[in-house]
Ligand binder design. Structure first.
Ligand code: NAD
Ligand code: AHE
Ligand code: ZN
Length: 375
């Protein structure tokens, strides 16, 4: 069938909005009509050419919500009409990773997903007979897409697509990094580097976890009021602290009889490897935990003195906030619907698919928190 999609034709080029062809779902697959999709910094990262797994031509997008319109043979957990969120981290519940209970990184279909293909090794998307690659197993920059059944979370029907699409990546990643990966305890001190679509969700996760001191760090002073809106208690612009940023943060986090300083938890939400080092080194000696959320371009590497780890700091990373999508995403939708977490104010811009490149422009200009394409 013909569908409308924004095609990533080559690295660094604007998306081309056009008609492409989509095959129906095969065994254990479903077709979903995407009603809305957020634009995440990771889409920009791949489009820029920085992603070692980036493939062109492809249909990007991984932060969607929509309705199941067709199911392939063998599908048992979904039916036509179900409201769903696509999952770039699937949850098969049978692979060694799912069964380990130690990770959310299901390995059932990771190899083909990284090749831009469905689990049977083929693509459902094409244009004039030429193959188009899927992206992160989702390809939500198309008004219809095909997904493996294990990569779909069924959600309640009263949740608005144009808001809960953000749970498909940014909300779950930020809040999950706090609750699942760092396991922040009440009263903790925390520093969040980068107050964009992810960092603000880390901040609201820290508020949910009852952290005491939540320091936000961003180069853009406009982010101060954004951070405060979601629970940030202090703001630092690295341009003001200069080379002394780490000692400055360590000093700020000295409390009571503890004159060593350093945060209990820090989070990198920038994808900049120098910031990742600062985040680790701003952690408290003996117990500080630093969580890397940002994704860095091909060739980038992190560095620190081993002494930083010898003296008890822990460096961790998280994908999709450690969330098991089919289990956790419906719960996070409930949290939103019950008013436990906020989404609406972070969706600063909406646009039709035809204007999707404006969403990328707004991100580059630092003017948006989240842009959402509404189909
Ligand atoms: P964004 O562009 O909305 O926000 C990034 C923020 O970082 C901006 O406010 C920017 O001003 C700030 N910043 C940039 N350089 C900085 C520096 N040197 N010091 C302090 N602040 C700085 O991006 P986003 O959507 O919030 O995504 C953030 C990162 O998280 C990206 O790298 C993205 O690819 C990654 N990400 C990872 C996961 C995951 O599962 N691990 C999920 C989603 C996004
Ligand atoms: N393909 C990149 C890595 C990109 C990456 O780390 N992606 C995160 C999600 S970012 C969402 O906005 C992720 O899920 N990682 C786990 C995985 O299996 O990809 C590269 O560097 O090769
Ligand atoms: Zn994302």
């Amino acid at each position: 069938m013909d569908v409308r999609a924004a095609v990533a034709v080559a690295a660094g080029k604007p998306l081309e909005v056009t008609t492409v062809q989509l095959e129906g779902p095969k065994a254990f697959e479903v077709m979903v009509e995407i009603k809305a999709t957020g634009i995440c910094h990771t889409d920009e990262f791949t489009l820029s050419g920085g992603d070692p797994e980036g493939l062109f031509p492809s249909i990007l997008g991984h932060e969607g919500a929509g309705v199941v319109v067709d199911v392939g043979p063998g599908v048992t957990s979904l039916k036509k009409g179900d409201h769903v969120i696509p999952l770039y981290t699937p949850e098969c519940r049978t692979c060694p990773s799912c069964l380990s209970r130690k990770t959310n990184l299901c390995t059932a279909i990771r190899a083909t997903q990284g090749q831009g293909l469905m689990p049977d090794g083929s693509s459902r998307f094409s244009i004039e007979g030429k193959t188009l690659h899927h992206y992160m197993g989702c390809s939500t920059f198309a008004n219809f897409t095909v997904l493996p059944e294990i990569a779909v979370a069924k959600i309640r029907e009263d949740a608005p697509f144009d808001k809960v699409c953000y749970i498909g990546c940014g909300v779950t990643t930020g809040i999950g990094a706090v609750l699942n990966t760092a396991k922040v305890e009440p009263g903790a001190t925390a520093v969040v580097f980068g107050l964009g679509g992810i960092g603000l969700n880390v901040i609201q996760g820290l508020r949910l976890a009852s952290a005491d001191m939540i320091i936000g760090v961003d180069l853009n002073n406009d982010k101060k009021q954004w951070g405060e809106r979601f629970g940030m208690t202090h703001f630092v612009n690295p341009k003001d602290a200069g080379a002394d940023l780490v000692p400055h943060l360590v000093n700020m986090t000295k409390r009571g009889a503890d004159q060593i300083g350093g945060a209990d938890y820090t989070f990198d939400c920038t994808g900049n490897v120098s910031v990742m080092r600062q985040a680790l080194e701003a952690c408290h000696r003996g117990w500080g935990v630093s969580v890397i959320i940002g994704v860095a371009p091909a060739g980038a590497e992190i560095a620190t003195r081993p002494f930083q780890l010898v003296t008890g700091r822990t460096w961790k990373g998280t994908a999709f906030g450690g969330a098991r999508g089919r289990t956790d995403v419906p719960k996070i939708v409930d949290w939103y619907m019950d008013g436990k977490i906020e989404i609406d104010p972070m969706i600063t811009h909406t646009m039709p698919l035809a204007d999707i490149n404006k969403g990328f422009d707004l991100m580059h200009a630092g003017e948006s928190i989240r842009s959402v394409v509404i189909y």
